[in-house]
Write a protein that binds this ligand. Structure first.
Ligand code: GDP
Ligand code: MG
Length: 162
């Protein structure tokens, strides 16, 4: 079977937009309101001749309640069932407490992690992305899922880790 890649991060960072960019279709639901992708949804993906399954997830909150608790469960299950993780952050916002919670959860689960510094739409924001080295999750890859910049480098790193 193809390796499985979980796309995780708090709500609204652009996970579903990234998934659509990678699969080249608009199947994952993109929404301005956080928490819309409630369940795990799998898509067949391919990069540089390597096939893999991409799992889009909802985000999860540090103090998970209600729908967020459900989303959190789904996301954690997605990571446990994955061979690698695309961890998505929003460089226009920076690192939030929720991001920190996600990072500490991922630290306990020893899977290869590719750090996607999303919404790096401009050269200024691409520079901003380098601040994410401080997370200790390896190299941050500046990506604009909206405009399609930077995804190639992130995917190159991902398939090397598979
Ligand atoms: P998710 O909740 O993490 O799945 O986030 P979505 O993919 O639904 O996106 C949330 C919002 O962020 C939407 O309004 C997207 O259009 C926007 N967005 C996603 N990626 C980018 C990006 O690279 N740049 C900018 N400026 N906006 C983005
Ligand atoms: Mg989503």
């Amino acid at each position: 079977p193809d390796p499985v890649v979980a796309v995780v991060g708090r709500p609204n960072v652009g996970k579903s937009t990234l998934v659509n960019r990678v699969i080249g279709r608009r199947e994952a639901v993109v929404e301005d309101t956080p928490g819309v992708t409630r369940d795990r949804v799998s898509y067949k993906a391919e990069w540089s001749g390597k096939n893999f399954t991409l799992v889009d997830t909802g985000g999860w909150e540090h103090d998970a309640k209600g729908i967020h608790a459900r989303v959190a469960e789904q996301a954690e299950v997605a990571v446990l069932n994955a061979d690698a993780v695309l961890l998505v952050l929003d460089v226009t916002v920076g690192v939030t407490a929720t991001d920190e919670a996600v990072v500490s959860m991922l630290r306990r689960i020893k899977k290869p992690i590719i750090l996607v510094a999303n919404k790096a739409d401009s050269p200024q924001l691409q520079i901003e992305a380098s601040n994410l080295w401080a997370l200790g999750m390896g190299e941050p890859f500046p990506v604009s899922s909206l405009h399609g910049m930077g995804t190639g480098d992130a995917l190159d790193a991902l398939i090397k880790a598979l």
